[in-house]
Design a protein around this ligand. Structure first.
Ligand SMILES: Nc1nc2c(ncn2[C@@H]2O[C@H](COP(=O)(O)OP(=O)(O)OP(=O)(O)O)[C@@H](O)[C@H]2O)c(=O)[nH]1
Length: 202
């Protein structure tokens, strides 16, 4: 019996500058470039109609938010709702980005669901806020049935794990990441020669 190949469209969604392109760049080319990538769709909600075309038929979506920017998590929630409403078969992966920044300076973290360190520090008001946030995020992730990763494209932390999980979930050795322009990278067998285009989708 020959091996079965399963192709699936996987999209990257999230507020501008959360680090979507950097994630793909890290996974595919093992590199991190400081500074924003030049994506022609960057930073505008004008592209929302196009976004729908972008994620239509997606089997998996990596919804990114920046761990140092709480507004990006609000945006991630918007995308989750969109997907739930429009793409019921799309599996959702929530990805907190830039974990290296919060690793270097814990005070930068704005999205935190398991850090109870403030109890130990004796900062009770912060601890209560953290616990409420913890409870909310726990409920939220459970509610949407999403898998959750915290990654750093700078250090590479958890990036392979995220994409490998997506690939494994489809039990595939040749799962393709595809952009709006229908170019793709092979998540199961990453190679430097693959081309991709990452649509930012604010
Ligand atoms: N420290 C740190 N910076 C990051 C990380 N990922 C991305 N960045 C920086 O965040 C900025 C935005 O990264 P991009 O990958 O261009 O973000 P994007 O989501 O593709 O942005 P848009 O195209 O505007 O939607 C750049 O300056 C990156 O260098 C990370 O893991 N750690």
């Amino acid at each position: 019996m020959t091996a079965m190949r399963v192709d699936a469209k996987v999209v990257m969604l999230g507020k501008e500058s959360v680090g979507k392109t950097s994630l793909v760049e890290r996974y595919v080319h093992h590199r991190f470039l400081v500074g924003p990538y030049q994506n022609d769709t960057a930073g505008s909600e004008r592209y929302e109609a196009m976004s729908r075309i972008y994620y239509r038929g997606a089997r998996a979506a990596i919804v990114c938010y920046d761990l140092t920017d709480s507004s990006s998590f609000q945006r991630a929630r918007f995308w989750v709702k969109e997907l739930q409403n429009c793409e019921e078969h799309c599996k959702i992966y929530l990805c907190g980005t830039k974990s290296d920044l919060v690793g270097e300076d814990r005070s930068l973290r704005q999205i935190d669901y398991h850090d109870t360190q403030d109890f130990a520090d004796g900062n009770y008001s912060l601890a209560v806020i953290n616990l409420l946030l913890h409870w909310f995020l726990y409920w939220y992730f459970t509610e949407i049935g999403a898998q959750h990763f915290e990654t750093s494209s700078k250090t590479g932390n958890n990036v392979d794990e995220l994409f490998q999980r997506v690939a494994e979930d489809y039990n595939s050795t040749a799962l393709q990441y595809m952009s709006a322009e229908e170019t793709g990278v092979d998540l199961g067998q990453k190679k430097d020669s693959y081309f991709y285009s990452c649509c930012h989708n604010n």
